[in-house]
Ligand binder design. Structure first.
Ligand code: F6P
Length: 532
């Protein structure tokens, strides 16, 4: 599938990317605009031949047909027999969306209304705790039931005018203990967020929170809400159906922040900002469905990803937001991308011909610069970098500081591309050293350059822009998965560890470790001797 591209990549491998800018139109031609968003991929080694071949991939893999099947509610998640319709959650005024002949939109909009009523009541105090208006919300969930709202609440901190929000995900008791210590049970709302309402971490933490609240208030269940597809299980837990916000199985966990799983976000920022977030996502959906491939931002972001990962063989990619409020975005994208495209078989069960999707990692700039950029600049493995940067922050009085942030972001992509050759390195140390020592010192200061990066630039991190960015990455994952022939919407790879954890529970509680491998039994014994 990638043979032509690999041949072309070999031909241009030694070409300095900087030389591509001999074409004065390079920056404009190798970038995509959508409204106020600019995605620049000019600092990669993609030329018009490579781009043409990459776009051919989309046609060969029937990506347009698969995309239309997704947004039209067909069961494209074939291993689970489900539609994939997170786009319906932000289809605020887009008309009907049919699943098995039924329009899902009335249900989506009705749930959105109910969420808004509840969020408003929490925010204005008409829904109160047993000791007064709600001051704190604890969202208990994990994976997609945590990362989306946790990422977005931090991202939209300037819009946060509701109660404080805490996110508890880990079964490590330290996580819930720290959150409970910060809250007053009489004025805390606990949201149990779990699509299945069976996830062991979430249900364990939810029971711990209920016991904590039960020691302080007469009716702990009255301060609980649930976000789930499993109404029977929320009933069993004792949560009043009036505070249960359901969604359908066609919303994947890692795609669920747009619906009920986003309730904590809505309580934090209010329904107007939440709707703006949805509108941003919807704008990206419309663009993804309508734009020709070369102008299609998610498609081009995906093709750049495939070029680096599949054609050039770079195993990881770094997401580097120069926007501190996007600090949780790399973790969010890790689940989105790696749980979606970290698969070894194609939809029909055949082995994948090449590699699965890449390892995704990152941290906000400028922090990363003082930690791992050393490897990005001079390590032996190339790490394609995805920079993100806003034209302005929310701190107008500190705009000069924001300008410093932007200068750092742009400098990094420039440095990665240009590098520094031996002569320049020698010139840098000339005068300080001479002879062999000068040569030795100079070699340490050489940067190979030609390291690819892209930059996503936007005016400001508003709710609408955040919605655009998240939907952009969702569709990028879809396109990459569709080209690879992967089912991006199941996650069987998390099952085995869960099964074995259940089987190990009695062993760590004191049972017989016989039958376990020597390493596992030895670790259990060591931990038991030390207080397990
Ligand atoms: O274990 C993986 C996973 O199923 C994710 O896909 C999901 O986001 C997370 O667990 C949480 O699941 P739930 O919302 O059902 O608790």
């Amino acid at each position: 599938m990638f043979d032509d591209l690999k041949r072309h990549a070999a031909k241009v491998a030694d070409r300095p990317v900087e030389s591509l800018f001999d074409d004065p139109d390079r920056a404009g031609d190798f970038s995509v605009r959508l409204g106020d968003l600019l995605f620049d991929y000019a600092k990669t080694n993609i030329d018009s031949t490579a781009r043409g071949l990459l776009i051919d991939l989309l046609d060969r893999a029937d990506v347009a047909v698969k995309r239309d099947a997704m947004v039209n509610g067909q069961a494209i998640n074939e291993t689970e027999g489900r539609a994939v319709l997170h786009t319906a959650l932000r289809n605020l005024d887009g008309g009907p969306v049919l699943v098995d002949g039924d329009d899902v939109m009335p249900g989506v909009l009705e749930t959105l209304d109910r969420m808004e009523d509840f969020a408003r009541a929490v925010r204005d105090g008409s829904f109160a705790g047993q000791g007064g208006p709600i001051t704190d919300v604890i969202n208990i969930g994990i994976g997609g039931s945590d990362l989306g709202p946790a990422m977005a609440v931090k991202a939209l901190a300037p819009y946060h005018d509701g109660p404080r929000c805490h996110f508890v995900s880990n079964v490590d008791p330290a996580d819930i203990a720290d959150a409970l210590r910060a809250c007053d049970p009489e004025t805390t709302l606990v949201i149990v967020a779990s699509k299945t309402f069976t996830t062991i971490e979430t249900m364990t933490n939810a029971r711990t929170a209920r016991a904590w609240m039960g020691e302080a208030v007469a009716d702990p269940a009255a301060q609980f809400a649930a976000l789930s597809t499993a109404r029977d299980k929320t009933d069993d837990f004792g949560i009043d159906p009036a505070r249960v916000f359901g969604f359908a199985d066609w919303v994947g966990g890692r795609y669920s922040v747009w619906g009920p799983i986003g309730l904590s976000l809505m309580i934090a920022v209010g329904s107007a900002a939440f709707r703006a977030f949805l509108r941003g996502g919807q704008a990206m959906d419309r663009h993804f469905v309508a734009a020709d491939w070369p102008e299609n931002m998610p498609a081009m972001l995906a093709l750049v990803g495939l070029w680096h990962n599949q054609v050039l063989g770079h195993a990881t990619r770094a997401v580097l937001p120069y926007d501190n409020r996007l600090a949780r975005l790399p973790a969010y994208l890790q689940q989105l991308e790696m749980e979606s495209n970290g698969k070894g078989v194609t939809m029909d069960g055949a082995d994948l011909a090449g590699d699965s999707g890449p390892v995704v990692w990152g941290e906000p700039g400028t922090n990363g610069q003082h930690a791992f950029y050393q490897l990005i600049h001079q390590g032996t493995r190339v790490v394609p970098c995805e920079f993100m940067v806003a034209a302005r922050g929310h701190e107008d009085e500190l705009h000069h500081q924001h300008q410093l942030l932007v200068a750092n972001c742009l400098a990094q992509s420039e440095a990665l591309m240009r590098g520094r050759d031996l002569d320049a390195a020698r010139a840098r140390v000339a005068g300080k050293f001479e002879g062999d020592e000068l040569e030795r010192q100079a070699r340490h200061r050489v940067f190979s350059g030609n390291r690819p990066s892209t930059t996503l630039a936007y005016p400001q991190l508003t709710p609408e822009v955040l919605g655009q960015i998240i939907a952009l990455y969702e569709h990028r994952v879809f396109v990459e998965g569709a080209v690879l022939g992967i089912n991006s919407y199941d996650q069987w790879g998390v099952e085995l560890g869960k099964d074995l954890a259940t089987a190990l529970q009695p062993v760590v509680e004191g049972g017989d470790a016989a039958g376990k491998d020597g390493s596992t039994a030895g670790l259990v014994n060591f931990l038991r001797r030390n207080g397990l």
